[in-house]
Design a protein around this ligand. Sequence first.
Ligand code: G3P
Ligand code: CA
Length: 230
Amino acid sequence: MKELICFAHRGASGHEPENTLAAVEKAIALRADWIEVDVYAVAGELIVIHDERLERTTNGAGYVRDASLSYLRSLDAGKGQRIPTLREVFDSVDGRAGINVELKGPKTAGLAVSLIEEYVRERLWNYEQFIVSSFSRRQLRKVRKLNPQIRLGILIDRPRRRYAIFARRYHAYSVHAQINIASARFIAHAHERGLKVFVYTVNSPEDIDRLRALGVDGIFTDFPELIVSR
Ligand code: G3P
Ligand code: CA
């Protein structure tokens, strides 16, 4: 059976605080192929956090978009970890895994493209080491307009087929599907269109085996060892 690509979801978030450098390091230690992180734009910087508010994952309060960079950087994101910038994540990964940047908020596309271009140009990384994904078609369109070489991943959580029109028009690389919609039909439909199928978020061995048998290309998991060891 074909190899499943392992995406460490928010880093190895089953082991370390999600979207922190500790979770990134743990994912690499567990031999994840890719690290997935979520980003928002704050004062011209991409910061790595999942929610639009701070309460669930940090000791801060309020909306991420209303906070200053210095306030965000003063917070504890769990076990004494700071909220990292995307640049810190790139430096921490340092070519040891691919990086899937999920654009969560407005004005993230241009900043993500600039950062990726910088690492390709100045650090000699390859475009194949990045995937930029989003639920926001607007942010994905911007990425594609700014750079035709960056791999785009379309996130979907409902069984709609319209994503395929967008995928063809904007030359998407992959579709990132919520586990409940990853049926055999859905997977075949995406594969027929030349898209890789990556499924989130899969934390049980039974689901991993089932999805592998269905032919998905990769899985997002909080526990990378579940995939790597199977
Ligand atoms: O990128 C896959 C997955 O992370 C999307 O959902 O809510 O975990 O960001 P969420
Ligand atoms: Ca995500």
